[in-house]
Design a protein around this ligand. Structure first.
Ligand code: NAD
Ligand code: GLY
Length: 368
């Protein structure tokens, strides 16, 4: 990735006295001016994982002021570690270090680290400050913004958690240079999501720019991150705790979470499952008469061009999908609520899908 010399751009998540900035640009990690204003006091704990630590931990900590009490905690890597047991390790480390209510947690890594550290911050001494420093594309465009924090339960994805907003989100676009291509594609699923739910022009731009994005073109990636964060910030400001419009951000997730939970966390990447899930949602929207076959073909082409799977796991039957989908957090009064597409760039919440239509869609969806 060629680093552009551009000055970082800043967006705001407007939540009254809990508003916070999202700074986006290359080189932010090694420049303490972006982090320093968001520290609550002198005690700072940077939490990361064993893959990200050798790449970026020293870069982040070396510039921090000498009068800060900086501790680091390196957790194991992977979605399977997104558990309460690993959050307890964060609390143990904070207590062992004697950290008080004015400490700040820094989440350095992907969405797994960000979700766990945010949840640890939400609960430690009834809530302390935290800053998101996301290093995957998925975390930069989605999970670091908006304050959803938590862990998985063997019975369901992200079932234990809290809304807890960070003090700031620092997106160093340079970190994408070390991201494996499969992880980049997983992040592109969430980028496509924004175009599909709310911005047809962005979707058309993505159609043209996916090869550049997959080739780590700095200008294209920066635009994709900025537009995604702007759309997410707008939605979160409108509906912080998902009483309405925020649910649209779950396009593809109800099908996707079923795949992730059924396959065992970590086998399918979250973004891969969301990619396949968005195609299932598009096909269901077509069965309901909202999307044309040509529009579904366009969605399929976008998902394929992003390097994401177009088929569901061979061993997952209709009942496997439905059993997990019934546990989805969006469901109310035992009605299955799905995010579907009235048109490309226009999503809706729908709880009236006839059960036989849903079952037929799942049955007919290609497997591998
Ligand atoms: P992840 O955190 O597991 O990161 C993916 C992999 O990339 C890991 O192996 C990680 O160690 C590695 N990695 C991170 N940064 C790297 C870098 N710069 N270079 C090389 N390797 C790097 O997964 P993810 O895709 O970032 O996040 C997925 C998680 O986010 C899921 O648990 C999902 O539920 C959650 N999520 C949360 C929200 C939210 O709103 N809170 C939204 C979307 C997804
Ligand atoms: N990723 C979904 C949300 O933040 O609401």
């Amino acid at each position: 990735m060629i680093e552009s010399p551009a000055v970082p751009s800043t967006l705001e998540v407007a939540l009254g006295d809990r508003s916070y900035p999202i700074h986006i640009g290359p080189g932010l990690l090694g420049d303490p001016q972006w982090l320093a204003p968001h520290l609550a006091g002198r005690q700072v704990m940077v939490v990361t994982n064993e893959t990200v630590a050798p790449l970026y931990l020293e870069k982040l900590t070396q510039g921090l002021a000498d009068d800060l009490e900086v501790r680091t905690l390196v957790l194991p890597d992977g979605e399977a570690t997104k558990t309460l047991a690993h959050v307890e390790r964060i609390w143990d480390a904070l207590l062992a270090a004697g950290f008080n209510r004015r400490c700040t947690l820094i989440a350095l890594g992907g969405g797994v680290t960000g979700d766990m550290v945010g949840f640890a911050a939400a609960c430690y001494q009834r809530g302390v400050a935290f800053v998101q420093v996301p290093t995957t594309l998925l975390a930069q465009v989605d999970s670091s913004v908006g304050g959803k924090t938590g862990v998985n339960h063997p019975r369901g994805k992200n079932m234990i958690g809290a809304f807890w907003q960070p003090r700031a989100v620092l997106i160093d676009t340079g970190t994408l240079a070390t991201l494996p291509p499969r992880e980049l594609s997983a992040g592109l699923a969430e980028v496509l999501k924004y175009g599909l739910i709310r911005d047809a022009d962005f979707l058309a731009w993505l159609e043209a720019e996916l090869p550049a994005l997959r080739g780590l073109d700095a200008a294209a990636l920066t635009h994709a991150i900025e537009r995604s964060c702007a759309l997410k910030a707008e939605i979160v400001a409108e509906d912080e705790t998902e009483q309405g419009v925020r649910a649209l951000l779950n396009l593809g997730h109800t099908f996707g979470h079923a795949i992730e939970a059924h396959q065992g966390y970590g086998h399918w990447l979250h973004g891969e499952a969301v990619g396949t899930g968005m195609l299932m949602a598009a096909e269901l929207s077509c069965r309901l008469g909202w999307l044309s076959e040509a529009e579904v073909a366009r969605v399929r082409m976008l998902i394929e061009a992003a390097g994401l799977p177009l088929t569901a796991p061979a061993e997952m039957g209709v009942d496997d999908f439905l059993a997990i989908m019934r546990l989805d957090k969006k469901n109310l009064d035992s009605r299955l609520r799905l995010i579907l597409l009235r048109a490309l760039g226009d999503a809706c919440i729908h709880d009236e899908t006839p059960p036989q239509t849903l079952a037929a869609l799942i049955e007919a969806f290609p497997r591998r």
